[in-house]
Design a protein around this ligand. Structure first.
Ligand code: HEM
Ligand code: HEM
Length: 194
């Protein structure tokens, strides 16, 4: 029980840091929504992936199975992830912002949120409809890992709030944790997760 509150405190504390930094640079309302949604989408997608590393512990700490906790986090992450480019499309009065750009390389990296957007939708759809493709779904769900890498690069390169040193530290830590989870699940301990 105590562990649960410690974790909730830590998660809230990091959210408060993100909110604090967001509020240091006030833009027009749509831009604030776009930035807030992008930042918190990254955070909740990170937490959804993190929860997958602690499947067994989830029940003990939160009294709910892994899948329930994973769902709550995923739902928040996906909603914010959808809101982020939608707000930006309103800002630009254009839906061409949804079209991925692959060349030149630098532009691809800066706009890597676009392909990541579709990868996450595919990865999550495979999770939701996993009973329909029993053996393949997990492999498709793994697309969440490269998508996270793309989002990291995208926000690092063009995010207003990623100019802040604290934010850069948080972002790199989250990306390293995801890399460590991937290495642990698929390189050190591959059989368990297949
Ligand atoms: C933001 C959305 C989501 C992200 C980022 C995400 C990410 C992940 C990751 C990284 C794993 C660990 C995979 C591995 O390496 O073994 C995982 C596991 C899992 N996810 Fe998701 N997921 C999301 C949404 C969902 C949704 C919506 C569902 C189902 C409706 C789902 C169902 C599952 C299940 C059942 C597992 C356990 C797989 C196993 O038994 O090993 N996920 N998720
Ligand atoms: C069609 C897809 C996408 C478009 C058009 C898009 C557009 C943008 C733009 C224009 C910015 C710069 C905002 C600013 O700082 O002023 C940005 C930043 C950002 N994007 Fe995206 N993005 C897309 C997908 C994604 C996805 C899927 C994520 C997943 C979480 C994401 C996360 C972020 C983050 C975290 C930032 C940094 C925000 C900040 O520093 O304030 N983006 N995006």
């Amino acid at each position: 029980m105590e562990k649960r509150w410690q974790l909730i405190f830590l998660v809230t504390f990091i959210a408060a840091i993100i909110a604090y930094i967001l509020l240091q640079a006030i833009d027009k309302p749509l831009e604030m929504i776009d930035r807030a949604a992008g930042l918190f989408a990254y955070y909740f997608i990170f937490l959804a992936i993190l929860s997958s590393e602690y499947m067994k512990q989830m029940k003990k700490v939160f009294g709910q199975g892994f899948i329930r906790v994973h769902h709550h986090l995923a739902r928040l992450g996906i909603s914010l992830m959808l809101l982020h480019p939608i707000a930006f499309a309103f800002e630009k009065q254009s839906i061409s912002i949804f079209i991925p750009v692959f060349y030149p390389l630098m532009e691809f990296l800066e706009l890597a949120g676009r392909p990541a957007f579709y990868l996450i939708i595919i990865a999550v759809a495979a999770g939701v409809y996993r009973k329909h493709f029993i053996r393949k779904w997990k492999k498709i769900h793994y697309l969440n890992y490269p998508a996270f890498l793309l989002i990291f690069i995208h926000s690092w390169l063009i995010g207003t709030d990623l100019n802040s040193g604290i934010m850069q530290l948080l972002w790199v830590c989250m990306a390293l944790v995801i890399a460590a989870i991937f290495v642990h699940k698929h390189i050190i301990n591959p059989r368990k997760s297949m």
